[in-house]
Design a protein around this ligand. Structure first.
Ligand SMILES: NC(=O)c1ccc[n+]([C@@H]2O[C@H](COP(=O)([O-])OP(=O)(O)OC[C@H]3O[C@@H](n4cnc5c(N)ncnc54)[C@H](O)[C@@H]3O)[C@@H](O)[C@H]2O)c1
Length: 660
């Protein structure tokens, strides 16, 4: 059954207030000048700081806590700066704004104040191209410049912290905005038209102001860009006056942002993922982060995977940054709709995002032609435009179904994955595989369609039935088995803590996402290495098909658990891996309550030929041959396309005879 709901109009009416409210909050931070000298004035006056303005040296005041009240001693100031820089971690501070807003001048002073490197992106572009920006525009055109700008920004954001003055158009690029959200804090230097015009009208080198009516061009740029700039983390009003004012307001704004943002923990695991080797970590002894961020690096289609508690409450802000003005259609199932849809819709309301919803029946049965067609029609009926966003809120079934709809409706729409099962958080929401089942087999109809963002709120796992959590854990184990023996050993020691939740669970999820992201980055379309992620799936998919995707008898993760145990038994039987590794795999899966034998499936009454036939319907069949992922050891799996069918048949016969 499909239910659809729209609340576009209510949100549209509220949309107008959003940007204004945020701007006002920062405009309120104002500085009152004073004439006292540094260190010499009465105790309650701010110390003076010398600065250059034009050719003369002037004096202004530092603000205490960003509010113009009370003095701040050097020691207090140093402490404040040190704690801000520590909280930044590897994030850079990125200044955005129109030409003439003071990004370079403010940026240089801010960098000096914080003891960070300052980089002007425009200068980097000019150095890389060995041409001035005007020359790049003239010789290669604006598109070429924007592309260079995007690449330079990606490089500069990679290894912060630094203070980065970006070109006026950089923040307009969606990929750059996503990268800044991932690895930076954005500060908009907001100046009104008259201030900007006064500052830039005599500067003939601004390529965008050449030709036509430059004042009108500036006005048009302001109208186009300000709604997007308003998505910045911090807004500072750029007035005529000393740059130190803007620096102080920027520092105050960053402090506020770091305090209020759920991402404000130092970036121990951002943006490069988990860094501490598993062997050194033990649950309860290591300071795991409550939030993690992993980057799926796919060039222009790169996206962040946010992992942690309470992220749904922040989802609206993340989506708005990524896709300003876009509407969202949330695809979910009945179970998730009852438990998590209200919180998700509330988050969208708070970010003034228009939304509609499509609710399908839970379970693998919804990955069907019929339901897919209904979802597509519902999305089209919701009058979604191509720039709007489809949100997959749910487990792997919803991710695959909504993802496939997003890949095909209007020839491809933006997708955001909000996984709510462990399986989906560690695996299916990442990497861009989408699809539905055919009566002939699993996932036989589908498309590669990467999301623009993954928001894995680990709080949602608290409502997951224990059986579903365990099933998802099979995919966690998979990442240890296929390529990370240290992680597998860590899981053997710490699985109870992973089941209990908190930061240890976040660490496990982030480790899996990081492993998957690395493999997908190297082999997005499964030309080779990505097939390793199918460990256990050649067996598992056949079992699912033979139980008619009946979630009561077998859910996907359980089928994968049996499949992985089969893969290790088959490998041991072929002399590829030792019996000790095979026994360890079975013991761990059984310890957490996962099945390891197909004969244990309720009502199972299937012979080896039926299993073989189901295997031959798998996507992984090539030139009539089966593909297996086999193991040399725990953490050392490989792809084998040379296995003889008679050997598989014999193995299956023995598996069925062995019973439980
Ligand atoms: N695209 C990929 O790369 C990929 C990878 C692995 C698996 N998959 C697919 O994922 C699917 C399995 O995913 P799954 O195990 O998440 O199944 P699922 O989506 O069916 O979810 C399992 C059950 O849990 C319920 N549920 C979901 N979130 C909940 C929550 N927070 N609280 C309570 N109940 C909740 C659902 O309603 C459902 O009944 C399979 O179809 C598989 O083929 C895809």
């Amino acid at each position: 059954m499909i239910q659809i709901h729209y609340n576009f109009d209510r949100a549209r009416r509220r949309l107008g207030h959003a940007i204004h409210a945020k701007t006002i909050a920062y405009v309120g931070v104002f500085f009152a000048p004073s004439n006292s000298c540094r260190g010499a004035g009465p105790k309650n006056e701010s110390p003076k700081v010398p600065f250059k303005s034009g050719s003369s040296t002037c004096y202004t005041h530092r603000m205490s806590s960003g509010i113009a009240s009370g003095a701040e001693t050097d020691r207090a100031r140093n402490r404040r700066v040190a704690s801000l820089v520590a909280a930044l971690g590897r994030r850079s501070i990125v200044l955005i704004g129109l030409m003439g807003s003071g990004k370079t001048a403010t940026g240089r002073r801010l960098a000096l104040e914080l003891g960070l490197e300052f980089v002007d992106a425009d200068e980097e572009i000019e150095a890389a191209a060995r041409l001035s920006i005007t020359e790049i525009f003239a010789r290669h055109g604006e598109d070429s410049f924007r592309d260079g700008e995007r690449r330079v920004m990606a490089r500069l954001l990679r290894d912060g912290p630094r203070v980065l003055a970006s070109g006026g158009g950089a923040f307009m690029n969606e990929e750059t905005r996503a990268r800044i959200a991932l690895a930076g804090i954005s500060i908009w230097l907001k100046a009104d038209h008259d201030v900007l015009w006064r500052r830039v009208r005599k500067r003939s080198h601004r390529p965008l102001l050449q030709g036509g009516d430059p004042e009108q061009t500036l006005r048009t740029l302001l109208e186009q860009r300000y709604p997007v700039y308003a998505l910045a983390d911090v807004t500072v009003v750029s007035r005529d006056g000393p740059h130190e004012l803007a620096v102080e307001e920027a520092i105050t704004g960053i402090e506020r942002f770091l305090r209020s943002s759920p991402d404000s923990a130092p970036l121990a695991v951002r943006p490069k993922g988990i860094a501490v080797p598993h062997q050194q970590q033990g649950a309860g002894t290591q300071p795991f982060a409550n939030q993690a961020q992993v980057s799926m690096e796919l060039g222009a289609r790169s996206y962040p995977i946010l992992i942690g508690a309470g992220l749904i409450a922040e989802a609206g802000n993340h989506i708005r940054r990524l896709a300003p003005r876009a509407a969202c259609a949330i695809v979910t199932d009945e179970n998730v709709a009852k438990l998590h849809l209200p919180a998700f819709e509330r988050a969208l309301d708070l970010a003034f995002i228009r939304h509609s919803r499509v609710i399908v029946a839970p379970g693998e049965g919804s990955k069907s032609f019929d339901v897919y067609a209904q979802v597509c029609n519902a999305l089209i009926g919701a009058r979604l435009e191509r720039g709007d966003v489809i949100v997959a809120l749910g487990g792997g079934v919803i991710g695959d179904l909504a993802g496939f709809a997003a890949a095909t409706v209007r020839r491809g729409m933006r997708l955001i994955q909000v996984p709510t099962t462990l399986l989906a958080e560690v695996d299916s929401s990442v990497g861009g595989k989408t699809g539905i089942n055919s009566p002939h087999g699993k996932n036989l109809i589908g498309a590669f369609h990467q999301p623009s963002l993954v928001i894995a709120d680990t709080d949602t796992l608290e409502t997951l039935p224990p059986r579903e959590f365990r099933a998802g854990y099979a995919e966690v184990v998979k990442y240890g088995l296929l390529g990370d023996a240290g992680f597998y050993a860590w899981l053997e020691a710490n699985w109870r803590a992973v089941f209990a939740g908190g930061a240890v669970r976040v660490h496990a999820i982030a480790t899996c996402c990081k492993a998957k992201a690395a493999i997908v980055a190297r082999d997005e379309y499964e030309a080779g290495e990505r097939a390793l992620l199918n460990l256990g799936h050649t067996f598992g998919h056949a079992l699912e098909r033979l139980t008619s995707y009946d979630g009561a008898r077998l859910v996907h993760g359980e089928a994968v658990a049996i499949g992985m145990a089969c893969a290790f038994r088959f490998s041991a039987r072929r002399g590829l891996c030792g019996p000790h590794d095979q026994a360890r795999v079975e013991a761990h899966l059984q310890e957490v309550g996962l099945p390891v034998r197909m004969a244990g499936i309720p009502g199972w009454n299937v012979g080896p030929d039926a299993i073989l036939e189901a295997m031959y319907q798998d996507k992984k069949v090539e030139h009539g041959g089966l593909t297996f992922i086999l193991a040399r050891a725990i953490g050392d799996c490989f792809i084998d396309k040379t296995v003889e069918v008679t050997e598989v048949r014999g193995f299956l016969q023995d598996e069925l005879n062995t019973g439980h």
